[in-house]
Design a protein around this ligand. Structure first.
Ligand code: PLP
Length: 447
């Protein structure tokens, strides 16, 4: 912690109206030129960002509890990442790895093979976005097994491309109007302790296994695809034992177990990967978001023998594993090691639990606090008995926080969850200040 350095003052500072005049100007230009289908959380336009703050074009400085959706875990301008990007761009911005390969790609693959769980021979292939990684993981699993079906879960989020829309659970806004969707996708019940009567992990896994056996047939299933902690679906942490039970069963049945760690990976949950918490070793893992300090990069990592079934030329893409993004990834991983950002994530969880923990008993609207590391959330309900989702509470709280200079995101199938995803480099002072504002706004809505 002590060696984390900042370029910008780590403070909340508002210069008047939010959005300010320059942001208003940009908003008008945007409306005339950018479709409304791309929505933004805050109507302010970024000018600078570092550590735990985002500064807008009017000079307002916001505490960032979103990290651009779990991307800038090392901060949005971490010194080593900036230097690595500058240095790499000086030499070449692109050659296409499929045309003229380069060392950075290989070095990122080596690092991924080393850091991901499982002491077996691995390979990694690089892409640009999380959705692209997920699509390719499914391609690899199908090629390796010669089977069709993919099992996904309630509340799952895997992206916005055609196949990943099919894999994603929530219709509006992600899928509405965008069909037809890819076939051979089957949805299984998730372990969601707060909403499934605290069903144990093993029992919840058996419910999935029974569904697969009865409705699909295990030998028809190529892959089980799951986020070890669900992101967009509401930061749902499955009951202990759920994931290991599914992994064991999948292995027995020759089904490829794919962990989608796009949001939970790279120190976010207090270890390199969320899979580490329960000691599971996925056959394939998808990563993106936090991997390269904000540069677009994603990966599929997993068992060499699965990749061996894919023909040369079957995987790739023009930009996949871009050299500048690879340099950023190597510097990001180095920064995570040097600053021990997994420990920072655990510290952020402790702080959040300490500050928010008592609210569950005290306020009827606070249904549950949950999460791991700096992937932490509060689920809001109209009352704690019925557990009826309360999306307006989440929305109002997030909006009120933004007005006071704290950028905070909502999520959840019911839109009733406020999630905390700060950069892992956020200072204690700023984190405490932001959480205090969050708590004040929770109390205001509860009153
Ligand atoms: C964000 C996300 C994706 C999609 O990543 P993109 O880079 O937006 O395509 C896939 N899976 C999970 C778990 C995610 O959180």
């Amino acid at each position: 912690m002590s060696d984390i350095t900042y370029r910008l003052p780590q403070e909340i500072r508002l210069n008047g109206a939010v959005p300010g005049p320059r942001s208003e100007e940009l908003a008008a230009r945007r409306t005339a030129n950018v479709p409304g289908g791309v929505a933004s959380t805050l109507p302010v336009y970024a000018a600078d960002a570092d550590g735990g703050v985002i500064v807008d074009v009017d000079g307002n400085s916001f505490a960032d509890l979103g990290s651009g959706i779990a991307v800038t875990s090392v901060g949005a301008s971490a010194p080593k990442v900036v230097a690595a990007v500058q240095e790499a761009a000086t030499h070449f911005t692109h050659t296409c790895f499929m045309v003229t390969p380069y060392e950075g790609y290989v070095a990122v693959a080596e690092k991924l093979n080393e850091l991901t769980p499982g002491d077996f021979d691995k390979r990694s292939v690089l892409f640009n976005s999380g959705a692209e990684a997920v699509e390719n993981a499914v391609k690899i699993a199908r090629a390796a097994t010669g089977r069709n079906a993919v099992v996904v879960f309630d509340h799952a989020y895997h992206g916005r491309t055609n196949l990943t829309m099919a894999l994603t659970a929530k219709a509006a806004p992600y899928k509405q109007g965008f069909g037809p969707f890819a076939p051979e996708v089957y949805r299984a019940p998730m372990s969601y302790p707060y909403r499934d009567g605290e069903l144990g992990g093993k029992e919840a896994a058996n419910r999935v296994i029974e569904m697969i056996e009865k409705q699909i047939g295990a030998d028809y299933v190529a892959a089980i695809l799951i986020e070890p902690i669900q992101g967009e679906g509401g930061f749902i942490v499955p009951a202990e034992g759920f994931l290991p039970e599914l992994v064991t069963w999948a292995r027995e049945k020759g089904i490829v177990f794919i962990a989608d760690e796009v949001q939970a990976g790279f120190c976010r949950t207090g270890s390199w990967f969320a899979s580490d918490h329960e000691g599971i070793e996925p056959d394939l893992m998808t990563t993106a978001k936090g991997i390269a300090g904000g540069m677009p990069l994603s990966a599929v990592t997993g068992r060499a023998e699965l990749f061996d079934k894919v023909q040369p030329g079957g995987l790739g893409g023009t930009y996949g594993g871009n050299p500048v993004a690879c340099a950023a990834a190597l510097a990001t991983i180095e920064t995570m090691e040097e600053w021990d950002l997994s420990a920072r994530a655990r510290h952020i969880e402790e702080t959040a639990r300490e500050k928010l923990g008592s609210l569950v008993e005290e306020l009827d609207v606070v249904g549950e606090i949950r999460g791991r590391g700096a992937m932490f959330a509060v689920e809001f309900v109209s009352d704690s008995d019925s557990k009826t989702p309360h999306p307006t509470a989440a929305k109002q709280i997030a909006a009120a926080c933004a007005e006071r200079g704290v950028l905070i995101l909502t999520c959840g199938t019911y839109g009733n969850v406020v999630r905390l995803l700060p950069p892992l480099t956020i200072s204690d002072d700023l984190l405490n200040q932001a959480l205090d504002i969050f708590i004040e706004e929770i109390r205001a809505v509860a009153a």
